[in-house]
Design a protein around this ligand. Sequence first.
Ligand code: NAD
Length: 307
Amino acid sequence: MKILTATEKPFAAAAVNGIKEICQAAGHEAVLLEKYTDRQQLLDAAADADALIVRSDKVTPEVIAAAPKLKIVVRAGAGYDNISLDACTERGIVVMNTPGQNSNAVAELALAMMIYMSRNCFTPGTGKEISGKKLGIQAYGNVGRLVAAKAKALGMEVMAYDPFVPAEKMLADGVVPATTLEEMYSSCNFISLHIPATAETRGSIGYSLLSLMPDGACLVNTARKEVINEAELVKVLSDRAGLKYVTDIAADCQAELNEKFGKRVFATPKKMGAETAEANINAGLAAARQIVEYFATGCTRFQVNAK
Ligand code: NAD
C-alpha cells in the first residue's frame, strides 16, 4: 500500500523518519509531500495513495475525489475539523485521529499562557501569581485533564465542565465538577478552552458567558478560533476593562484586538500548541502505526467518522 504523508507544516525530522520506518517495516511504501504551497500538489500526490497522514492540512471533498484508491485518512493530532468526514464516509474511507499524543504539549502551552498574561506579557510592572487562583476547564478530555493536573500542582483550584464526563471522575482527580457553564465562568479567574469545534460549539463562547467572568479574569484558548464569537469578544473586552484573552489560534479580527486592547490580548504568531518535537513524534508515529494496524487487522479503534 502507498502511505502518503502530506504536511504543509512539516513534522520534525525524527517523526518523518519514524513514519517511513514503520510503513516500510510492514511492507508498505512511504511517500512524503511537505511544505506544499499549492493545493494541486496535494491533489496530484493523493492520486495513487491508499492511506493519508495529515496534520492541519485540509482534506476536502476535492482531495477525496482526487484520491480514488484512498482507504484511510489519519489526522496526526486531536482535532479533525480539517477533514471532510461526510465525503470520507460516503466513500467508505476510515478517518482516525491520534488522541492524546500531543496533549501534553498543548497543556504546557495553556499553563505558559496563563503565566504570561499574569506577568503583563513579560513587560515591566507588577504582575500576579497563578497559585491560589481558580481555573475553569471547559471540556475535560485529554488536554483538559492534563491542564487540570498541572494547574493543581502549581497551586490552582480547578473546576471543570464537560457534560460527557462523569462528575465522579473529576472528583477523583480533585477537580470540582461545574453543573453549568455559567457557574464556572462566574467564579473562575481563568477559563481554559478545550472543546472541539463542532456544530454545537462553534461561536458558542460569547458575550453572555464572558461577561460573567470576574474582574481581571483571562480566557485562554488553545482549542479553536471558531468556538469564539469574535464580535461579542470585542464587545466584552471593550465593556469590561479588566478582562484578558490569550489564544493559540489568532482571531480573524486579531489586528483589531491587538490595536484596541494591547497587552490584554495575545495570540501566538502561528498555532504552536502541538509544536514540540515530542508531540510531533508521538502523533506522527501513532498515525503510521494505526494505518499499519488497520491494513493488517482492520482495527478501527480511533475511527472518528460514521462507519
Ligand atoms: P479530546 O477528544 O480528548 O477531548 C475533548 C473533550 O471535549 C471530551 O472530553 C468531550 O467530552 C468534550 N466535549 C465535547 N463537546 C463538549 C461541549 N459541548 N462542552 C464541553 N465539553 C465537550 O480532545 P483533546 O485532545 O483534549 O483536544 C481538545 C481540542 O483541543 C481539540 O478538539 C482541538 O480542537 C484542540 N487542540 C488544539 C491543539 C493546538 O495545537 N492548539 C492541539 C491539540 C488539540
